[in-house]
Design a protein around this ligand. Structure first.
Ligand SMILES: [Zn+2]
Length: 140
């Protein structure tokens, strides 16, 4: 039984009372029962809204916890990020520093060859930034 089922039970009971008040031709009782119905219905609607808000906040909290856990293990080395430990769901790196700093997105960098200098660089396919790879640490 869901937590909001009590409202449905109360609404059903008020409907029965409404029928009884109508059958008794009691105008005052009819009005009182109608007011009760309105109060229970709006409390029910508010409870549904609060439940949805609660779910949304729970998801936000989980996402913030995930980001915090991520930030604990990701380390910057000049223009790239690496994980300092094996992290479930991710490879070690390198990841684009700009994309992570701006949008908290882990974008895997690729090697590209710069013809002018004849050197290898990291290249981000999302923000198109290139980073010098000569100082990038090697994976342990
Ligand atoms: Zn990038």
């Amino acid at each position: 039984m869901g937590k909001l089922d009590a409202f449905k039970t109360a609404l059903d009971a008020v409907r029965v009372m409404q029928d009884m008040a109508t059958a008794a031709h009691n105008v005052e009782l009819n009005k009182t029962v109608a007011d009760a119905y309105g109060a229970v219905a709006s409390a029910y609607a508010e409870a549904i809204e609060l439940r949805e808000e609660n779910l949304s906040l729970k998801r936000e909290l989980e996402s913030a916890k995930d980001r915090r856990a991520l930030r604990e293990h990701i380390k910057r080395d000049r223009d790239v990020y690496y994980f300092d430990t094996l992290t479930a769901g991710y490879h070690v790196g390198p990841f684009c520093a700009q994309c992570f700093d701006d949008n908290e997105k882990l974008i895997t960098l690729r090697f590209s060859h710069e013809k002018e200098r004849g050197s290898l660089q990291w290249y981000c396919g999302v923000c198109n930034k290139t980073s010098d790879s000569s100082n990038a640490r090697t994976t342990k």
